[in-house]
Design a protein around this ligand. Structure first.
Ligand code: CDP
Length: 212
């Protein structure tokens, strides 16, 4: 591969995008960026300062001053941050402040990026676009298991309700809503384990790249 390639992976919460994106990045020798972490880190900074994640001024200020170390914190995947990340992500100036960082990330060597708007807004000309999804029940089961593995049990019903609410907010917002790009390939992983999803996605990527 002579030219750096960009692989855009979008989809709803807990669809398995992150695991898949990480494995594709390793297989195709590309840097990986989990863009959800950017919104999570902005949300965390607002919460730490006692601010309201829905307040545009407070959230935009934290987005503009976000540093690399903010992304390495261990407390970005709590239910509180899930909700706050979705709130800051609906604020236009927050998204604008994070756009350059995402685009520059792929400048030197290409990249695999996962999020909600990678194929639609961040890299509309990405070489490969995947829209990864799974049924709400399957996603809720996966996220519940992740929470249990971290020693938290919010209960399956609560996890399911939170996922549904966050997806609805991400789809309905005016700024960069979650939507499948017209030219994205759909990968429904409801019936697939992580290995199967990776094999299916790698096949799709290879086919698109072979077409040039
Ligand atoms: O891991 P999970 O799928 O639960 O969420 P995430 O990918 O870490 O994203 C957290 C939140 O950030 C989402 O609910 C979106 O509101 C927002 N987000 C976004 O708006 N745009 C992106 N490119 C990535 C995340």
């Amino acid at each position: 591969m002579t030219r750096p390639i960009v692989i855009a992976i979008d989809g709803p919460a807990a669809s398995g995008k992150g695991t898949l994106a990480r494995r594709l990045a390793a297989a195709f020798n590309l840097p990986y960026l989990d863009t959800g972490l950017l919104y999570r880190a902005v949300a965390r900074r607002v919460l730490d300062r006692g601010g309201d994640p829905a307040d545009p001024a407070a959230s935009a200020e934290q987005a503009r001053t976000l540093g690399r170390l903010d992304l390495e914190r261990g407390d970005l995947r709590t239910p509180e941050v899930d909700r706050a990340a979705s709130a800051v992500a609906s604020i236009k100036p927050v998204r604008a402040a994070l756009l350059d960082f995402q685009r520059r990330f792929a400048d030197a060597s290409g990249a695999v990026l996962d999020g909600r708007d990678i194929g639609t807004i961040v890299f509309p000309a990405a070489d490969v676009k995947l829209f990864v999804t799974a049924s709400l029940d399957v996603r809720a089961k996966r996220r519940h298991l992740e929470r249990l593995a971290h020693g938290i049990d919010p209960g399956y019903d609560s996890v399911r309700a939170e996922l549904a609410a966050r997806d609805a907010a991400d789809r309905a917002r005016a700024a960069a809503p979650l939507v499948q790009a017209e030219d994205a390939l759909l990968l429904d992983t409801s019936e697939m384990d992580a290995d199967h999803a990776f094999t299916a996605a790698a096949d799709l990527v290879n086919k698109v790249l072979a077409r040039g």
